[in-house]
Ligand binder design. Structure first.
Ligand SMILES: NC(=O)C1=CN([C@@H]2O[C@H](COP(=O)(O)OP(=O)(O)OC[C@H]3O[C@@H](n4cnc5c(N)ncnc54)[C@H](OP(=O)(O)O)[C@@H]3O)[C@@H](O)[C@H]2O)C=CC1
Ligand SMILES: CC(C)=CCC[C@@H](C)[C@H]1CC=C2C3=C(CC[C@@]21C)[C@@]1(C)CC[C@H](O)C(C)(C)[C@@H]1CC3
Length: 418
């Protein structure tokens, strides 16, 4: 975080990199959607065909997309079982967030279940992935533009994110100017991070599983595994919704095109790639291998959840009995750094758990194609880059204390390796 008044260093290749990513990310997503349903399913080859413009535009997809967004907004606005406070802001205030994401997942599941039993053709959803992805991308661009203009016209300097006020419109549009864009108590970043995209991802997976059942009589074991692992991941995210309040996206990053497109389009349409691949390329999976893959996912989840919950508990209440007895380093900011427990083994242990789970999501798809491993490859690059970004931010936040932490905990993500 740059000292007050100065500008943070540019990231993602500055304005040129941001412009390139705004073209490359949607293009990559559409490439993956096309390749996953093609016979060869070659990740590095050209897309099997370029869709006609009308294949991207469908009134039915627009209606479905708007209905989906409307449902998730309505569920977000329902009375929450709990309201949590975010981290302290620059002006010492704390925002309040509704903790009702798991409730939204359950109500969505009940509504979808009722719909399917009443004849809703959910299994037909995979045929609409292209136009739905187009709607999500269009929404991300329009929404980001509105957020940019809102921040430019209405947001005071104290509301700006550390990185999103470079003064370059392209860069600030990509990274997001405002840290916590809201209208009344509706927090756009918090809503988009955990609701339409994450729950939409699971709905797409379910639709692919139902279509495989229609095509082949029953879903494959591999499809069950991928659906189960990713339902666990999303259900866990929503059950521990409050933990997102101490993550980088909420505490540091502005809400611009990168996160808007990431939340609304990239997550549901590229994170469901393994299930998409399995629908069009059934993979045999023996029970012993399936058991081994379940064990890999369990180990990843144990590390992921343990590390995230430990840091979140500590940040919420350093005197929490759950983190009592852990060794810490004091910093000039008054906050402390954990230097034992998960965060004493390696820096960002939570990333290691997440990457192990990413491997477990790909393995049920076999090793005949690279496509199902796209998520693991992309995610490794994302987390290595994210870890470097976080190191810079923490170095600026904590200075010598961070150097001491790095001396005591010299490895990043993978102990003894990196
Ligand atoms: N599936 C996906 O696409 C993605 C998943 N994720 C997952 O999201 C989770 C959250 O990751 P992310 O958002 O990057 O942020 P993290 O949860 O890793 O939080 C990073 C922050 O934690 C604090 N911190 C770091 N080290 C310590 C320490 N030793 N003691 C106390 N606090 C510390 C610092 O903030 P401060 O000190 O200011 O509190 C730092 O900025 C991870 O599990 C990651 O795998 C992330 C990105 C994408
Ligand atoms: C290439 C591209 C478009 C980058 C944008 C990155 C986003 C897709 C991710 C940035 C941080 C994320 C987090 C999750 C999903 C992906 C994005 C938005 C997350 C909600 C997944 C579930 C986890 O339990 C989590 C809540 C910890 C996590 C938070 C960060």
């Amino acid at each position: 975080m740059a000292p007050q008044g100065s500008r943070a260093p540019l990231e993602f290749g500055g304005p040129l990199g941001a412009a390139a990513l705004m073209l490359l990310l949607p293009a990559t997503m559409f490439h993956l959607l096309l390749v996953a349903r093609s016979g060869p399913a070659r990740l590095l080859g050209p897309p099997p065909y370029l869709p006609e413009p009308e294949a991207l535009w469908s009134p039915r997809a627009l209606l479905l997309w708007l209905t989906w967004l409307g449902l998730q907004v309505a569920l977000y606005l329902l009375p929450a079982r709990k309201v949590a406070e975010g981290q302290e802001l620059k002006d010492k205030s704390r925002l309040r967030y509704p903790i009702n994401g798991f409730q939204a997942l359950v109500v969505t599941a009940l509504l979808v279940g009722l719909g399917v039993s009443a004849g809703l053709p959910l299994a037909a959803l995979p045929e609409m992935l292209l136009p739905l992805a187009f709607m999500a991308t269009l929404t991300a661009f329009i929404f980001s533009l509105l957020l940019y203009l809102k921040a430019l016209i209405l947001a005071p300097a104290s509301a700006l994110a550390p990185g999103g006020n470079s003064g370059n419109p392209i860069y600030d549009f990509f990274l997001g100017r405002e840290l916590n864009p809201r209208i009344c108590s509706f927090d756009f970043k918090y809503f988009c991070e955990l609701r339409p995209g994450l729950i939409g991802w699971i709905l797409i997976n379910l639709a692919l599983l139902l279509q495989e059942a229609e095509l082949r009589g029953s879903p494959s074991l591999a499809m069950w595994l991928v659906n189960g692992f990713q339902l666990l991941y999303v259900g866990d995210a929503l059950w521990h919704e409050e933990a997102v309040l101490t993550t980088m996206d909420i505490t540091h990053d502005g809400f611009g095109f990168m996160l808007a497109f990431g939340d609304l389009a990239w997550v549901p349409f590229t994170y469901s790639l393994q299930a998409q691949f399995l629908l069009y390329h059934p993979q045999p999976l023996e029970l012993p291998m399936a058991s081994a893959i379940c064990l890999i996912n369990a180990v990843g989840y144990y590390i992921f959840r343990g590390a995230n919950s430990q840091k979140n508990s500590f940040r919420k209440n350093p005197s929490d009995p759950k983190v009592a007895g852990l060794e810490t380093i004091s910093t000039a900011t008054g906050r402390q750094l954990l230097v034992s427990g998960w965060w004493g083994m390696v820096r960002h242990p939570n990333y290691l758990g997440d990457l192990i789970m990413a491997l477990a999501w790909s393995l049920p798809c076999g090793v005949s194609h690279l496509l199902p491993y796209f998520y693991l490859i992309y995610f490794t690059a994302l987390l290595v880059h994210r870890e470097a970004r976080d190191e810079q931010q923490c170095l600026q936040k904590y200075g010598l204390a961070w150097h001491e932490y790095c001396r005591r905990v010299p490895y990043r993500i993978v102990p003894y390796i990196y």
